[in-house]
Write a protein that binds this ligand. Structure first.
Ligand SMILES: Cc1cc2nc3c(=O)[nH]c(=O)nc-3n(C[C@H](O)[C@H](O)[C@H](O)COP(=O)(O)OP(=O)(O)OC[C@H]3O[C@@H](n4cnc5c(N)ncnc54)[C@H](O)[C@@H]3O)c2cc1C
Length: 420
């Protein structure tokens, strides 16, 4: 493999055009430190921010938690340089172009199969003067979704909007620090008010975490507009604490997966995106299918979902699942459950991934997602730029029998299914 770590510098910041030329091996925190010294930010904060690089984000079409304001990484790239076995692609640093097929976007998301991205020019933003986090509670997932959808239609999205479904809400509250003394009494009284006056059912309620930012005036303007919309959808503001608590651990929580995996608990995520029209069907089908698949493997299931990237046309759904591992069959069990999630996405008008890319894990669904001719175009590009298949072989382009290569045999599928 290729270590890009020493290409870690922000080379230039153009404060008039608000763009920065950056080397791709830089890790998130080091890049933001260098940008902050110039008073700007990229605004890209994936959960993996601490351990991932600009080049990796561009190569996988990554999404950060502030995507509602700043976009996905592909929206931020102005130009790039990519070294391929057939030569170097250099795109022009211009805001937009009509120069035929968009080569820049063929490089973005190429996951290293065409070449190595060696420089990226990105759009940057002035650091906001004011920012803060808040928590809201909605009676159910639908009312939270409706509130987000209305914010999009009204062009007033906060910088971060993260809506947990009931299962994920219960998980978030399980991590709450216990209160003592007067704070405990106030919290209990507020809980009584939410349950008895606001008539919110604690088994169905959904926690939403939001972040606003901007100049003090812009901060207040968006906060007031969003508050009015949330209240219309029966949202109850929980104050700043739930949001600030989330902000403190936001880059730590996802790493629990590897910790629990070492202790015989299988845990992972599968995420997708679909249109507003399909969102609730996909949510329900995703939960049901993953839960059933886990039960097929002979153990109890925990499945939850959250939404943290949304658009005028739809949103991403991020499923988290966990269960006890079947000793000796851990990989088969995992692949069987993962397959159920991806099949549910395909069946319900989703995509194989909104921001985790293809790698090898999502190979079995590439052809269905892109269409057979779409895949032919990817193969032609690969053959043209990397005729000897030396760049990241085995990624993005599936073999003839992707499920077999994946390690999930037809026998294992039959055996698990026969339990249901
Ligand atoms: C706990 C956890 C949380 C995560 N949270 C998020 C999240 O919130 N949002 C999100 O989008 N993703 C998330 N991810 C997925 C992953 O971290 C991102 O996709 C990230 O963009 C990968 O960057 P990296 O530097 O780690 O790349 P790597 O993992 O090293 O590489 C990823 C792919 O990109 C290619 N690549 C890397 N650098 C280059 C380059 N310079 N030129 C060409 N190809 C290159 C590699 O060959 C590989 O195919 C998460 C992953 C984990 C484990």
């Amino acid at each position: 493999s290729l270590d890009m770590c020493r290409m870690h510098r922000v080379l230039e910041v153009d404060k008039k055009s608000l763009i920065a030329r950056i080397q791709p091996g830089v890790y998130g925190p080091h890049m933001e430190e260098q940008l902050e010294a110039e008073g700007v930010t990229l605004g890209h904060f994936p959960d993996s921010f601490v351990h991932s690089t600009l080049g990796g984000w561009v190569a996988t079409r990554s999404a950060g938690m502030q995507s509602d304001k700043y976009g996905k990484i592909e929206d931020m790239v102005i130009s790039l340089r990519m070294v391929t076995p057939s030569g170097t692609i250099i795109t022009r640093t211009v805001p937009k172009s009509s120069n035929g097929i968009d080569i820049k976007h063929l490089c973005i998301g190429s996951e290293g199969i065409l070449g190595v991205i060696t420089e990226v020019v990105v759009q940057v933003h002035h650091k906001p003067e004011k920012e803060d986090w808040y928590g809201w509670l909605f009676p159910d997932f639908k009312s939270g979704l409706d509130a987000i959808h209305e914010c999009h239609r009204g062009d007033c999205m906060p910088t971060v909007t993260r809506l947990n479904d009931p299962k994920k809400t219960a998980l978030s509250f399980a991590f709450k620090h216990p209160k003592t003394g007067i704070k405990d009494k106030i919290a209990k009284a507020f809980k009584w008010y939410i349950g008895n006056v606001k008539k919110i059912d604690f088994n169905q309620c959904c926690l939403m975490v939001v972040k606003y930012e901007g100049t003090p005036q812009a901060f207040n303007r968006i906060k007031n507009r969003v508050t009015a919309i949330y209240k219309k959808h029966r949202g109850v503001c929980l104050g700043a604490e739930p949001g600030r608590s989330f902000a403190k651990v936001k880059f730590d929580f996802p790493h629990l997966r590897d910790y629990v995996m070492d202790r015989s608990i299988m845990a992972d995520v599968s995420e997708t995106a679909t249109t507003w029209d399909n969102l609730r069907t996909l949510h329900e089908s995703g939960l049901a299918d993953v839960e059933q698949a886990i039960k097929d493997t002979g153990v109890d299931a925990w499945v939850g979902c959250h939404l943290s990237h949304s658009y005028r046309t739809g949103a991403s759904l991020y499923f988290t699942f966990g269960c006890l591992q079947r000793e000796g069959r851990e990989i088969e069990q995992y692949l069987y459950v993962k397959k159920a999630a991806e099949d549910a996405f395909m069946k319900n008008g989703g995509t194989l991934s909104h921001h985790h890319a293809v790698g090898t894990e999502h190979l079995p669904w590439v052809e269905e997602d892109l269409s057979p001719t779409g895949l032919k175009a990817v193969k032609a590009l690969k053959a043209g730029l990397d005729p000897n298949d030396i760049m990241n072989p085995g990624k993005i382009i599936p073999s003839e029998k992707p499920l077999d290569d994946w390690g999930l045999s037809a026998e294992a599928i039959d055996e698990f299914q026969s339990r249901s």
